[in-house]
Design a protein around this ligand. Structure first.
Ligand code: GDP
Ligand code: IMO
Ligand code: MG
Length: 429
């Protein structure tokens, strides 16, 4: 029995939250290992929608432990809100179920401000979520970041805020001509978070090692998607963390030998929110139709998501990068009413055909997708729970996708609800 990692295969919002919620039933511990409140993971239970930004999507299962790992950048205000919201609907009755690594870096008000100021001034905007993610990871790497463990030490926190503000305020005032922060106010406003975080902070690495020793089952929850990875994505139109499965280990402290199954989550088409290249994007009526039927609006910022056909070029690379053993094909039902469905099998760049994405991000817009047309099924799949009940053409579409990308589909999703799922192979079993 091995532990399972779940990662996004496209540009995020593939439906990771739904699948993690379902698989949490089979796990003892669920661990977030990167990203921050830029993520928006949607779970629909009993007709009610819950959107989680920081807390792992396993939290709706009583008795399961949920960990925010060291690789996350944590906004304490959003955490507080999320805990209160979950408590108000009857979850997290036992506070011991939620654990936060003391090594997790904290998002500060100046991170959010710098994120927004930078975006507003930039010519080539990234379209960030404005949650301070980039500036917080920059501070971490430049060894100026403030971690949960530093916040818990009153004096240390106060000194660090003052030291940081000397530089941040200089940039804010001199470069962006905006209002500086007052150290006193930040220090005071974070006192409440010290109390909150104290309750949940622990050596999560040690806890994970203990779970590993005791044979407990762990589920690692990725945020964002492979093409938002700071190394492997469409740089600079990416987030500021590694989103690929390789980061499970540095972002949590679990050893690489502890995960035996990587599950890749992808949509039966493609979406992207924010700026950056997107070869199969449909800027026409068909794209609008997918957006409307799929409810493709960002779970964090409510921005309309850009929509397009399934891109096997990016998926194939992502499957290799992440070592994906099985795929979840999400939102099949969104394609129910299309006569023809297109799949991009390769790109044409000048007089060459590419089966892998180009290395230079600037080459993406020059790539022309080469499509294979597949007959639609024109009948409802919404809520179908058994493979045999899927229309023949829907099964043909899935089989063809498996052939084109070279990995088996383990799970098919036919609606946002937990129940609207076809499980062909449970990675925990
Ligand atoms: P995540 O960030 O990867 O967790 O994905 P999001 O929650 O941001 O976006 C996925 C959206 O699709 C959410 O609104 C889900 O409720 C919804 N969803 C998930 N699976 C399905 C499905 O199979 N069909 C439909 N129609 N919606 C789905
Ligand atoms: P989940 O986990 C989709 C995108 C932003 C922007 C870029 C950088 O829900 O799949 P950032 O705020 O991270 O600096 O923004 O990354 N982005 C996401 N897009 N889903 C997400 O998370 C995302 N998190 C960040 O839109 O283009
Ligand atoms: Mg999302």
């Amino acid at each position: 029995m091995s532990n399972v990692g779940v990662v996004g295969i496209q540009w995020g919002d593939e439906g990771k939250g739904k699948i993690i919620d379902i698989l949490s039933e089979y796990a003892d511990v669920i661990v977030r290992f990167q990203g921050g409140a830029n993520a928006g993971h949607t779970i629909v239970v009993g007709g009610k929608k819950v959107i989680l930004h920081l807390i792992p999507s396993g939290i709706l299962h009583e008795k399961k432990y949920c960990i925010i790992g060291n690789g996350v950048v944590l906004d304490p205000g959003i955490l507080e809100q999320e805990i209160n919201d979950l408590k108000s609907i009857g979850y997290i009755k036992d506070d011991k179920r939620l654990m936060i690594s003391g090594l997790t870096h904290i998002i500060m008000p100046y991170h959010k401000k710098l994120d927004m100021l930078r975006e507003s001034k930039k010519k080539n905007k990234i379209g960030t979520t404005g949650r301070g993610i980039g500036p917080a990871y920059e501070d971490k790497v430049s060894r100026m970041g403030i971690r949960v463990i530093d916040l818990l030490d009153k004096k240390m926190f106060s000194d660090m805020v003052k030291e940081n503000l000397e530089i941040k305020n200089f940039i804010i005032k001199k470069y962006y001509k905006d209002q500086p922060f007052k150290a006193r106010e930040i220090i005071k406003s974070y006192e409440v978070y010290r109390k909150l975080l104290k309750k949940y902070t622990t050596d999560t690495t040690q806890f994970i090692h203990k779970c590993q020793q005791e044979g407990k089952k762990m589920l690692f929850e990725g945020a964002q998607g492979t093409y938002l990875d700071v190394d492997h994505g469409t740089y600079p139109f990416v987030t500021s963390s590694n989103t690929v499965s390789g980061n499970i280990f540095s972002g949590s402290g679990a050893p690489p030998t502890s995960v035996g199954y990587i599950l890749g989550i992808c949509k039966a088409y493609t979406t992207r929110v924010g700026e950056g290249p997107f070869p199969t994007e449909l800027s026409d009526e068909t794209g609008e139709r997918i957006r409307k039927i799929g409810g493709e609006y960002g779970a964090t910022t409510n921005r309309p998501r850009r929509c397009g056909w399934f891109d096997a070029v990016i998926v194939r690379r992502a499957l290799k990068l992440n070592g994906v053993k099985g795929l979840c094909m999400m939102k099949l039902d969104v394609l129910d009413e299309f006569d023809k469905i297109r799949v991009c099998t390769k790109y044409k760049l000048g007089n060459r055909f590419l089966t892998d994405p180009p290395m230079a991000t600037t080459s993406y817009p020059k790539c022309e997708p080469v499509y294979e047309d597949i007959d639609g099924w024109n009948s409802p799949t919404r809520g179908i729970t058994s493979y045999g009940d899927l229309p023949l053409n829907a099964r043909k579409y899935l089989k063809r996708l498996e052939e084109i990308v070279g990995v088996n589909i383990d799970i098919i999703s036919t609606g946002p609800e937990r129940e609207s799922t076809i499980v062909l192979k449970n990675p925990f079993e």
